[in-house]
Design a protein around this ligand. Structure first.
Ligand code: SF4
Length: 223
């Protein structure tokens, strides 16, 4: 197990790699530092959307963006209709801030994300003026291959279990494709209607500098 100094250095190296990729990286030691950083980024009345994320709730960011000071368009609010949800997905294209986490972040400063419905990856790629990601050090991987495996071994199964999705990984704890191969292709896996691994987005060097900010926390967050 790596010691804290090694982990801190590793995170600082990832932040340098993000900066090389035209993304902003912010190091925090503890998750409790994150709400204050987020409050300093926002302005009264700003329009905010967010992807479903355990990291946002665990870090306290969900509570910050839910404040009356901001115009948070909550696609998960109680009693929301499918039509209202669609309107929020469309509004995300012009919003000021989009909050989410990432499924994995490589030592080379690449962000790897997979979606079933794809509203999250579409907002990461295009639309919101600023994308703010809250990411625990548990999501750092060596490279793209390790990141894709992390999705099949950790992120997708745990998210499917959280959402109550009827997928094999929610019961097995890993992608069904790993029962046949140690190194499955991204198309391998289940054929369920509720499959979560449909479209992959890899965010490498960005054209718009600092549109994406990653708040990278030494403490683990989400999965
Ligand atoms: S392909 Fe299906 S079983 Fe595999 S991780 Fe994705 S949702 Fe789960």
């Amino acid at each position: 197990m790596q010691n804290n100094k090694t982990l801190t250095e590793k995170i600082q190296n990832v932040i340098k790699a993000l900066e090389n990729n035209n993304m902003r990286g912010i190091y925090v030691k503890k998750a409790s530092e994150i709400p204050g950083i987020v409050k300093d980024m926002l302005f009264p009345g700003c329009v905010i959307t967010a992807g479903g994320s355990v990291s946002l709730s665990e870090s306290g960011v969900s509570d910050v963006i839910n404040s009356d000071k901001y115009n948070f368009l909550d696609r998960s609010k109680k009693g929301i209709s499918a039509e209202e949800q669609q309107e929020i997905f469309k509004a995300a294209i012009g919003c000021d801030f989009f909050f989410c986490s990432t499924n994995a972040i490589t030592e080379n400063g690449e962000l790897i994300n997979v979606d079933g419905f794809c509203n999250r990856i579409s907002s990461i790629a295009f639309g919101p003026k600023k994308v703010i990601m809250v990411v625990g050090s548990n999501k750092i991987v060596k490279d793209l291959d390790e990141g894709l495996l992390r999705i099949k071994k950790v992120a997708a199964p745990k998210n499917c279990a959280r959402l109550g999705s009827d997928t094999p990984c929610a019961k097995l704890g890993h992608c069904v494709s790993l029962s046949k191969s140690d190194n499955p292709d991204i198309t391998d896996g289940c054929a369920c209607d509720s499959r979560i691994c449909c479209s992959y987005l890899i965010s490498a060097r960005q054209r718009i500098k600092d549109r994406i900010t990653v708040i990278l926390c030494e403490e683990p967050l989400g999965y």
